[in-house]
Design a protein. Structure first.
Length: 699
């Protein structure tokens, strides 16, 4: 039976609390009393958990609750409701009851009227206070109704391991447990992020990096740790760490305890154990468990970042900036509006966003984007999301203005390091627009670099033609998916490579092609086929540019495109500029000369050559991800989003760090296609010579 909720008095910061009655056994029915209390005086704990799937995941609770009286906020007797709840909530309340007997708790599923959007909307700003004022926040990890016996055993083992790891940390640094929370979080995050090459005593972070390396060494020398570390994989993969709401629930908690069944551990012990496991996954030690830990789910880092953020008193603008890009993995939300609303609780005195669950997801996303753009966060316009259609949980191309961010997927941050607009500033103006879907246009000033004149093959086409897995396109990671080739696929791959070499008028290097399948990672042969396709496309583009604009032949060095994602120090080592001409490109498809670039990286004996070769391949692959080679009218060469087409316009907008490709919709409006890389323009070179300023209405 649905609960007949009485209204809460917002002027008194009134909330509902649930008192759970004690019981002698775990399987006894749940009984509780729901009552109203003023938040400033209330004494309670709070629950943080995963709701689960209500269709397959049901339970019930008997709740006594006062009935509404004749006057507002008055009561008249009480009634007991047999209320349906998810088994995740049921299990958490039952296990907490076994430990604490009778207790008072706040839980969103029962203490908020989930059918009342208005109540939900005004509750969101209170959530930060609710979790920060709770005496303790219980983070319930399970077990779920469908967890198997092996998984349950592993998570139990992982919880027991937290005590062992904590004891080892005490041996390394006895004062670590006494650190203030912010210092401890920094130490834990450094541990989770560090690798074996980063312990530099001259580094400002050397204290925590040294602690990281010593703790890792002690952990690997402990038989108990080594034998049980694999169990941490199941703990890290828990659905709890993928939830959006845990950001503020764990971030605001003064005392945070993780629970799995009757096992429990303070947050520092759990997060430290997960950090140690992630750090060991980067170790070069030849142990089976190390290889297993390399695929550890990293979403627990969201808890560390959330607690760090809450401790820094950041504005909502700064909090949202951390949501543009890809690390750590983006949390999930059942209601997509919560990708915005759940972050409000991480900010100090969040202003600028009004919580309204009656708005569509697209409207909420657009509202957040407009607020951030007006606050000067122009980086939002250059977060690169070339495959939003395939990767996002909500594809909103036709529902949102092109200047708005789709918060359901993270963007690539490869354009934020440039300064194409130099030191210009942008005066943003939003105006009402006549379209019912796109209600506001963004008015911006910029200089036109020219229209797209010639385009070459899309990145996605060259990848699929090269025998790489389809997911490689959307993930942008060469080695993200195992690439097992059948003999038939190998033969087809060899024929494609031979064909490209012959088309370019080059001798086919049969001996080298054979080694691609035997002496390297299984991803290397498909990579080399893709690389041949890509370089052939660039050679063709340069040829057409020289034919159309022979007077600019000396400017057609596209090394900055090819190596755009390669680290700066490596670019200097291999002198990338020499590879931007036709001759240089041909050298890059000569395997002997290409692989010699690896020796320029200064790798030591701990990094075998094949690893270095695959790292270089990954950098080159990522430099082209989501792009297609193009030439602009006037002869400038560029990488543009693969959805861009001839006649689209390239514009450097004032204050924006990279050029944007835009497409005309009507006589006076444009849509943003995405950011681009234009040769000779990314450091502001064109802003001194192109003085004609235009105004664009972006919808």
């Amino acid at each position: 039976m649905a609960i007949a909720y009485r209204p809460l008095d917002q002027t008194q910061k009134e909330i509902r609390l649930l008192e759970i009655k004690s019981a002698s056994r775990l399987d006894k029915p749940l009984r509780g009393t729901l009552f109203h209390a003023r938040l400033p005086e209330a004494s309670y704990t709070a629950l943080s958990y995963v709701w689960g799937q209500p269709i397959h995941d049901k339970s019930a609770i008997a709740i006594k609750y006062a009935k509404p009286g004749a006057r507002l906020f008055s009561t008249s007797g009480s009634e007991t409701y047999d209320h349906e709840i998810g088994s995740s909530l049921s299990r958490s309340l039952r296990h907490l009851r076994q430990k604490y007997g009778k207790f008072v708790i706040w839980t969103d599923a029962l203490c908020i009227n989930q059918t009342d959007n208005e109540e939900k909307s005004w509750h969101i700003p209170l959530m930060s206070d609710i979790y920060s004022k709770a005496k303790e926040v219980h983070a319930w990890l399970g077990p779920r109704y469908d967890d198997n016996d092996n998984l349950i055993r592993n998570v139990h083992t992982a919880f027991e391991l937290t005590n062992t790891v904590w004891s080892l940390a005490d041996k390394v640094n006895k004062s670590h447990s006494l650190l203030p929370e912010q210092d401890w979080l920094e130490a834990c995050f450094k541990l989770a992020s560090a690798d074996e090459q980063s312990d530099n005593p001259q580094d400002s972070d050397g204290q925590w990096l040294g602690f990281s390396n010593r703790l890792r060494s002690v952990a690997l020398s402990s038989r108990q740790v080594v034998d049980n570390l694999a169990s941490v994989m199941d703990l890290a993969a828990n659905d709890y760490f993928a939830r959006m709401w845990i950001l503020q629930e764990t971030g605001r908690a003064n005392r945070l305890t993780f629970h799995y069944g009757l096992r429990q551990a303070p947050h520092r012990r759990v997060l430290l154990t997960l950090a140690v496991a992630r750090s060991l996954g980067k170790s070069s030690q030849d142990l089976p468990v190390i290889e297993t830990l390399q695929s550890l789910d990293a979403r627990f880092l969201n808890c560390l970042l959330a607690r760090t953020t809450c401790g820094q008193s950041l504005s909502f603008q700064h909090v949202m900036r951390g949501a543009y890009f890809t690390a750590p993995p983006l949390p999930r939300a059942t209601n997509m509006r919560d990708l915005i609303y759940a972050r409000l609780g991480l900010a100090k005195d969040p202003i600028g966003i009004t919580v309204n669950y009656d708005l569509s997801v697209a409207e909420v996303f657009a509202d957040a984007s407009r607020f951030l753009l007006l606050e000067g966060s122009l980086e939002l316009l250059i977060t690169f999301k070339p495959y939003a259609r395939h990767r996002g949980e909500v594809y909103t191309e036709d529902k949102m203005p092109s200047w708005a961010n789709d918060w359901s997927i993270a963007g690539m941050d490869s354009f934020v390091r440039y300064r194409a607009a130099k030191d210009t500033t942008q005066q943003l103006v939003f105006t009402n627009y006549r379209d019912a879907t796109v209600k506001q246009a963004l008015n911006m000033s910029g200089v036109s670099v020219g229209n797209v004149q010639i385009t070459k093959e899309r990145f996605s086409w060259t990848v699929l033609e090269s025998g790489l897995h389809r997911s490689t396109v959307t993930l942008g990671d060469l080695q993200a998916v195992d690439n097992v080739l059948s003999e038939e696929n190998r033969m087809a791959l060899v024929q494609r490579m031979e064909y490209i070499y012959e088309e370019l008028g080059l001798e086919v290097p049969h001996a080298h092609i054979g080694t691609f399948f035997t002496q390297h990672s299984s991803h290397f042969a498909p990579f080399w086929c893709w690389w041949l396709y890509w370089v052939a496309s660039l050679l063709e583009l340069i040829g057409e540019a020289e034919l159309l604009y022979p007077e600019k032949k000396s400017t057609y060095n596209i090394a900055e495109l090819i190596f755009r994602h390669v680290p700066q120090e490596l670019r200097g080592n291999i002198r990338v500029g020499r590879f931007g001409s036709k001759e240089g490109l041909l050298a890059l498809i000569d395997y002997e000369r290409w692989s010699s670039l690896v020796t320029s990286q200064g790798r030591n004996d701990n990094h075998p050559q094949d690893e270095a070769i695959m790292q270089l391949a990954e950098w080159l692959f990522h430099s082209a991800w989501g792009m297609r080679p193009a030439m602009l009218a006037g002869g400038r060469l560029a990488y543009i989003p693969e959805d861009a087409s001839p006649e689209d316009e390239m514009v450097i907008f004032y204050g924006v760090k990279a050029p944007l490709v835009i497409r005309r919709c009507t006589e006076d409006t444009y849509r943003i296609i995405g950011p681009a890389h234009v040769c000779g323009a990314m450091e502001g070179q064109l802003m001194d010579i192109m003085t004609t300023r235009n105004t664009y209405n972006l919808i």
